[in-house]
Design a protein around this ligand. Structure first.
Ligand code: HEM
Length: 432
C-alpha cells in the first residue's frame, strides 16, 4: 500500500495532559459503570417473574435497580415514564423496531450527531459509510499486519517480567490502538491516540474532555486532508478505514463530507473502546476462574471464539441501552405510552431461561444461540468483526507468550463488576 509519509507532520501531542489525569479518567469511567451485579441481578429476576418489563413510574424504578446514568439520567430527572425490558423477547421487540421506538435517549452520548441518533434515510447513509470502513477488504491484513503487532508490542512490555496486571497493561490500551491501526494512523501516534480516546469519554463538564476532543478533531482533519491530496487512483488502492470512507458513495452516488467522516471517527472511539476492553477483560477473568475451560481453550484454539461468544452473552462490556416510544404502543402485550423511556437490559436478554439452560453459568460448550450483546435491528453493532478479531488475537497471543498463565496469589482475585458497563477488577497474573 502507498505510504502517507509526511515529513512536515508533527507527532500527535499530549502537551498539557499528565499521567495523573489519565488515571483519574480511568477512575471516572469506572464510576460511570454503575451498579452491583450481585444486588441488581436477583432483583431483575424477581421482577421478571411478574412480566417481560418492569415500570419505573415517575422516573423511579424499584429500589436497587440500576439504570445507565449517561443515557437516562436527564430523562428520568424530568419524571419521564419509563420501563425496562427483562427478557429476550421484550428486548428484541423494542430494540429492533425503530418505527415505534426512537433514539432521543442518546442525545447526550458522544459528540455531535452520532449514528445512534440518526434514523431513516440519514441512518441508511451513515450505515453505508460504516459498512465501507469496517468491513475490511482483507481480514487477514487487519489480523497479521495491523492488530497482531499492536498486541505483540503490549505483551512485549511485560513478557520478561513474569507478572502483569492485564487490565492496565493489555485490555485497556488495546482497543483504541487497534482502532487507530485500522484507521491507518502512524504507529508512533497510537499511544497518544489511546490517551486522547480515553479522555474524550470523560463527562463533557471536564476540561480534559474538551482538550482531548479538540485535539482529536484537528488530528482527524489532518489525516483526512493528507488522503484528500492523493490522486483518486492511489486513494482507491488504500485499505485503511479513513481512505475507504473517503471513497464511499451513498445511494445517490454522493460522497461524504470531511465533517461527516470526522464525526464518525470520534464515535468509533466512544463505541469501540470501553466495550471491547471490558469484554476482553471479562473473558480472561472467566477463564482464569475456570481451570478446565482455560486448559481446553489453550490446548484447542478453535475454542477461543466460543469463549468470546459466551463472555459476550454473560458479560458484554456494555449492557444497558435505551429507546423512547414514539407512539402509544405495546411491548410483548404490555401497554407503553408515547414518550416512555425504554431501558434495554441486554444482560437479562442474554440470560433468559426460556432460551438458555443454566443461563447464569459460563459454559463455552453450550449450543450456539443468538445472544444480543451486539444489539439487533438496523443499529446492530457494525464494529463486531473488529471487536471479535481483537479479542481473538489477544487471547491467542496471551496463551502463546505467557505459558502457565495463572492468578497471582498476592492480589485479590478479579471479579466482574457493574451493570451499565460490566468490567473486571484488576487481573494480576503470573506466568513462566
Ligand atoms: C465487545 C465490544 C462491543 C460491544 C458489546 C458493542 C455493542 C454494541 C451495541 C449493543 C450496539 C447497538 C446499540 C443500540 O442499538 O442501541 C452497538 C452499536 C454500535 N457500535 Fe458497537 N459494540 C462493541 C464494539 C464496537 C467496535 C469495536 C466498534 C467500532 C470500532 C463499534 C461501533 C459501533 C457503532 C458505530 C454503533 C452504532 C451503529 C448504528 O447506530 O447504526 N462497536 N454496539
Amino acid at each position: 500500500m502507498s505510504s502517507l509519509a509526511d515529513s512536515a507532520r508533527k507527532p500527535l501531542s499530549l502537551d498539557g495532559i499528565s499521567n495523573d489525569t489519565v488515571r483519574k479518567a480511568y477512575d471516572a469511567i469506572e464510576r460511570m459503570s454503575g451498579g452491583d451485579q450481585a444486588l441488581a441481578l436477583p432483583l431483575y429476576r424477581k421482577f421478571r417473574e411478574q412480566g417481560p418489563l418492569v415500570r419505573g413510574d415517575g422516573g423511579y424504578f424499584p429500589e436497587g435497580f440500576v439504570v445507565p446514568p449517561q443515557i437516562a439520567v436527564e430523562l428520568l430527572a424530568r419524571g419521564t415514564p419509563s420501563a425496562m425490558t427483562l427478557n429476550h423477547a421484550s428486548l428484541r421487540e423494542a430494540m429492533s423496531d425503530s418505527g415505534r421506538f426512537g433514539f432521543d435517549a442518546y442525545k447526550n452520548l458522544g459528540p455531535g450527531r452520532t449514528p445512534l441518533l440518526t434514523d431513516g434515510q440519514e441512518h441508511r447513509r451513515v450505515r453505508i459509510l460504516l459498512a465501507k470502513g469496517l468491513n475490511p477488504k482483507s481480514i487477514r491484513h487487519w489480523e497479521d499486519d495491523l492488530i497482531n503487532p499492536v498486541v505483540l508490542e503490549l505483551i512485549g512490555r511485560f513478557k520478561s517480567r513474569g507478572k502483569a496486571e492485564l487490565r492496565a497493561e493489555l485490555t485497556e490500551p488495546l482497543p483504541a490502538r487497534a482502532i487507530g491501526a485500522v484507521l491507518g494512523l502512524p504507529a508512533s501516534d497510537l499511544p497518544q491516540f489511546n490517551v486522547l480516546a480515553l479522555l474524550q469519554q470523560l463527562p463533557h463538564t471536564e476540561p480534559d474532555s474538551h482538550l482531548a476532543m479538540s485535539r482529536l478533531h484537528a488530528y482527524f482533519f489532518e489525516q483526512i486532508t493528507v488522503r484528500r491530496r492523493l490522486t483518486p487512483a492511489i486513494l482507491s488502492q488504500r485499505e485503511d478505514v479513513i481512505s475507504l470512507m473517503l471513497t464511499a458513495r451513498d445511494g445517490n452516488d454522493d460522497g461524504f463530507s470531511d465533517d461527516e467522516i470526522n464525526g464518525i471517527l470520534h464515535f468509533l472511539l466512544f463505541a469501540g473502546t470501553e466495550t471491547t476492553n471490558r469484554t476482553l477483560a471479562n473473558a480472561i477473568t472467566y477463564l482464569l476462574h475456570d481451570q478446565s475451560t482455560f486448559d481446553a481453550v489453550r490446548n484447542d484454539r478453535s475454542l477461543v471464539p466460543k469463549a468470546i461468544e459466551e463472555t459476550l452473552r454473560l458479560a458484554p462490556g456494555g449492557a444497558l441501552n435505551a429507546r423512547v416510544a414514539r407512539l402509544d404502543t405495546e411491548i410483548c402485550g404490555v401497554p407503553i405510552a408515547k414518550g416512555t423511556l425504554i431501558i434495554l437490559n441486554i444482560l437479562m436478554g442474554n440470560r433468559d431461561s426460556d432460551i438458555w439452560d443454566r443461563p447464569d453459568e459460563f459454559d463455552i460448550f453450550r449450543l450456539p444461540r443468538q445472544h444480543v450483546a451486539f444489539g439487533v435491528g438496523g443499529h446492530m453493532c457494525p464494529g463486531m468483526h473488529l471487536a471479535r478479531l481483537e479479542m481473538k488475537i489477544a487471547l491467542n497471543l496471551l496463551f502463546d507468550h505467557c505459558t502457565n498463565l495463572r492468578l497471582d496469589p498476592d492480589y485479590p482475585k478479579p471479579e466482574l463488576r457493574g451493570i451499565g458497563l460490566i468490567g473486571s477488577t484488576p487481573i494480576h497474573v503470573l506466568f513462566d
